[in-house]
Design a protein around this ligand. Sequence first.
Ligand code: NAP
Ligand code: ZN
Ligand code: ZN
Length: 347
Amino acid sequence: MIPSRGYAALHSKAPLTAHTFQRRDPGPHDVVIDIHFCGICHSDIHQARNEWDTSTFPMVPGHEIAGVVARVGTAVTRFRVGDRVGVGCMVNSCRTCEECREDLEQFCPNPVWTYNGLESDGVTPTMGGYANNNVVDEAFVLRIPDALPLDTAAPLLCAGITTYSPLRHWNAGPGKRVAVIGLGGLGHMAVKLAHAMGAETSVLSHSARKRDDALRLGADRFYDTSHPDTLVSLERTFDLILNTVSADVDWNPYLATLRRDGTMVLVGLPEQPLAIDAFSLVGGRRRIAGSPIGGIAETQEMLDFCAKHDIVCDIERVAIADVNRAYERVLASDVHYRFVIDMATLA
Ligand code: NAP
Ligand code: ZN
Ligand code: ZN
């Protein structure tokens, strides 16, 4: 076994605390990674607090992992010691189902989540990236292009791919009007990516505070939805809406901002089921869809796209001892635009 040090939630009401644990012995196909940075995704908070009712403890969260290869198994072919690598939300999948065979592992019925999951043996809990190291099968390790710094690239492994994949799937590009709801970790990546893809990009934010940032990040327009008239004035405007909000909100006024045949894609995962006005969907032949992360091949494509277009995350580096304070700031929408834990601060 490989000793590992990190921070864990010991139960759903507890703040994260220092925690030591064991990683599995690396097999022939495994890469041992020295983790340098790990982003804080809102999903970490949902799960550390058991808001989706799926959590097991102790839990070491973290699925926006960037680091350097420290060791490789005898059968590893794609990586060498010293390579700059990343790991996202999955560390394995069944590899035989229809989805896996089409490079769509995110839809595999038996994925191995990076944390709060079970290893392929079906019994050992997986532990995530708020830690000094990880052991991952090379098939689920991404290459971080040299042009991307490890700290600002780390959140691409979840926030980046989760927004890139639906933008690609629903053909964001020139001539398309794309709106991003919520300028947080996912939202700010959605803005940068949609802009780079050539779409006319708008931000719908629940206060006026982020106006300047939104425009700086590449948005063509910014709308403060705290004014009751804002959404009414935008009726029938957008072809595609990427909804990144983590809170329970009435989405019907937002649905009305879609043009005929427009699609609202949910990537945010609030606790409560949605209440949708059927008349709005029917009347505009509008669609509501969802989208989870992306497959491994598409995640590499996204990293290469970011390197080519000079895109990284806007981050605030934090010491691991400050992770609980960072969680509170994420919950207050006070994040610009991703907290990234610097693992050098791990005592
Ligand atoms: P985040 O950084 O907290 O961003 C969420 C944004 O939503 C906030 O910055 C805020 O933007 C907006 N918001 C928050 N509370 C709101 C409220 N009461 N009303 C309206 N808007 C509100 O979170 P994130 O890390 O980007 O994650 C967002 C969601 O995506 C989470 O639910 C997370 O679990 C989920 N997620 C899903 C996937 C997937 O595979 N689909 C992957 C990763 C994360 P404004 O201040 O601009 O309004
Ligand atoms: Zn995430
Ligand atoms: Zn599968």
